[in-house]
Design a protein around this ligand. Structure first.
Ligand code: AP5
Ligand code: MG
Length: 199
């Protein structure tokens, strides 16, 4: 089993690049943002609680997201591997993920950190907000999400860097060329699924 984290600030391209990687490498995509938005749209008790944080650009409490990840891992025992997108976002979440994966003897092997200048991030998210309907894609909330990222999430890079797992990737190239760079990193560990292109 091969597990990889796609890491980086709001708007850096985690979701966009995950889409490409899941197809090519047969990995299972887990995006905590998507899981939370699904709970919000169904107005579940978890979603009602999470929405208060999301609409303010703040992180949802660790225990909520760790619980979601834990049940998602249990639901997919046969996965060949996972792409974690938007998780872990705190050092506590990173530690919890390590413990959850220990049971499967399938640690995180690689962390791909997409680096994009802040003005480009804001430009992308404001643009997406015109179409996406995401309540957190307004300039005010984007600014709060970005602050939350630098305060709580950026330290997670260091957590993986000391373990030699972090690869920093320039994230302000074209979508395809970033995909190629990410693919080369992944192919140090696994091959593409049959019938899909090798980078
Ligand atoms: P989440 O949904 O994870 O959002 P995010 O991390 O803030 O980032 P985005 O999903 O907005 O950006 P992305 O990096 O996926 O970029 P994308 O590919 O879409 O989290 C939302 C909220 O949920 C959080 O604020 C928090 O409240 C909560 N939450 C989620 N996970 C949590 C956790 N673990 N713990 C606690 N709370 C949690 O690209 C963005 C745009 O740019 C798109 O329009 C795309 O088309 C475009 N684009 C992408 N790449 C390029 C490129 N190379 N060139 C030009 N445009 C590009
Ligand atoms: Mg995303």
């Amino acid at each position: 089993m091969f597990n990889v984290v796609l890491f980086g600030p709001p708007g850096c391209g985690k979701g966009t690049q995950s889409e490409k990687l899941i197809q090519r490498y047969g990995l299972h995509h887990i995006s905590t943002g998507d899981l939370l938005r699904d709970e919000v749209s169904r107005a579940t008790p978890l979603g009602v609680e999470a929405r208060k944080f999301m609409d303010n650009g703040m992180l949802v409490p660790d225990e909520v997201v760790i619980g979601m990840i834990s049940s998602r891992l249990e639901d997919t025992p046969d996965a060949q591997g996972f792409i974690f997108d938007g998780f872990p976002r705190t050092v506590a979440q990173a530690g919890a993920l390590d413990r959850l994966l220990e049971f499967r003897q399938a640690p995180i092997r690689l962390v791909l950190a997409l680096e994009v200048p802040e003005d480009e991030l804001v430009r992308r998210l404001v643009e997406r907000g015109k179409m996406s309907g995401r309540t957190d894609d307004t300039e005010e909330v984007i600014s709060k999400r970005t602050k939350e990222y630098y305060a709580k999430t950026e330290p997670v890079a260091q957590y993986y860097e000391v373990q030699g797992k972090l690869q920093r990737i320039k994230g302000d190239e074209s979508i395809d060329s970033i995909g190629t760079t990410l693919g080369k990193e992944v192919e140090k560990f696994i091959d593409p699924v049959a019938g899909t292109a090798r980078y």
